[in-house]
Design a protein around this ligand. Structure first.
Ligand code: ZN
Length: 143
């Protein structure tokens, strides 16, 4: 008996997926625009349809307008469709980072509580990184 594709996509020990994502995140990081912080970040995620989407941070002379790598990633997700299943982001040395608070909310919108996130401490579900999250279900008319 074979596992359902969704179960396989969400496996926490899928080494190949995580290696592919770290590589994609490092490639994305090389395109970051971070002349002010000198802190380039790359992000990569896999979707339930098997797509890999990426993003890099983009700063601005008006500092508050800077965009985290996750912003570009979710925009890319919208272009190919699907739901995020695995996510990772790296710094300029390729070290794994945790997404900032705002980006946890961004990722929750498109991956939900089951999204797997590679952190420096290991693989975590988004429900662990953003407990009791506010999400799309809170805005449904029948609530
Ligand atoms: Zn962020």
């Amino acid at each position: 008996m074979t596992a359902a594709p969704d179960a396989a996509a969400r496996s926490t020990d899928d080494t190949r997926v995580w290696e592919e994502l770290r590589s994609a995140a490092r490639s994305a990081m090389a395109h970051a625009y971070a002349p002010y912080s000198n802190y380039p970040v790359g992000a990569a995620a896999r979707t339930d349809r098997g797509h890999i989407v990426t993003g890099c941070n983009v700063e601005n002379a008006s500092y508050g307008l800077g965009l985290c790598a996750e912003c570009g990633l979710v925009s890319s997700l919208r272009l190919v469709g699907g739901v995020l299943t695995h996510f990772t982001c790296v710094d300029g040395d390729g070290n794994v980072l945790v997404p900032c608070g705002r980006c946890r909310q961004l990722l929750y919108e498109f991956g939900g509580p089951e999204l797997l996130v590679h952190t420096p401490e290991g693989i975590r579900a988004m429900s662990q990184l953003l407990p009791e999250a506010f999400g799309p279900a809170h805005l449904q008319a029948d609530n």
